[in-house]
Design a protein around this ligand. Sequence first.
Ligand SMILES: NC(=O)c1ccc[n+]([C@@H]2O[C@H](COP(=O)([O-])OP(=O)(O)OC[C@H]3O[C@@H](n4cnc5c(N)ncnc54)[C@H](OP(=O)(O)O)[C@@H]3O)[C@@H](O)[C@H]2O)c1
Length: 214
Amino acid sequence: MRIGILGSGLMGGKLGTIFARAGHEVVFSFARSNDKLKKLARDAQGNGRAGTPGEAVKEAGALLLAVHWSRIDDVLKQAGDLSGKVIVTCSLPMDAGNTKLIVANASSGAEELTKKIPRARVVSAFNTVPSEVLFGVYEARRKASRPSLVYCGDDESGKAVAAELIRDAGFDPIDAGPLRIARYTEQFALLVGQLAYEGEGGPELAYRFERFGK
Ligand SMILES: NC(=O)c1ccc[n+]([C@@H]2O[C@H](COP(=O)([O-])OP(=O)(O)OC[C@H]3O[C@@H](n4cnc5c(N)ncnc54)[C@H](OP(=O)(O)O)[C@@H]3O)[C@@H](O)[C@H]2O)c1
């Protein structure tokens, strides 16, 4: 699949690299330095290239939206028409200092995003794990027990694409339901961040849900 990365920082750079390693064709876009995009493309070893957000959107089977909340309008404007596109967003609606959610409870970042691009197929995913764990999870993908990764959305075919990418990245996809469930997953992401960055043992942290009984 062709995957466009909108925001090639800690999350977008690493997930794009992982998607390329998993065999996808990746276009890295929207960093402040073009050299950084080119380096990411080089490191993707044949499956990556650098481009503008508009080029990332072209023929993309999925787009990963991975920018700070304050940059959303800017990147969407540069991306152009997103009608019908699967937008997997890991972006959290954080304030400028990354201290708190500025959308919560009665809505979520994912729902607010959908209001901006109502014709796109938005799926919320990858926002509940720190970037520091991504390569470790990918490298451990052949182990029997994979970490979970929750995702949610209102478009079933978009969710199927997201689930494939979650699996390719080495996680076990957990369908949490419709997009409004992002009200819970975005808050949960802050808990994971708290444990990763303030807890003992470092930020290479993932989680696993298990059902007991029956
Ligand atoms: N980091 C995590 O562990 C984590 C986990 C869960 C969710 N999230 C969410 O995922 C989203 C992306 O996080 P991230 O940590 O990957 O962020 P990041 O490292 O700051 O990456 C953001 C990308 O946007 C680019 N960008 C382009 N124009 C920019 C401008 N004017 N100002 C700032 N950045 C600009 C950055 O460019 P440069 O490359 O030049 O900096 C970078 O490539 C955020 O919404 C965050 O809340 C992050």
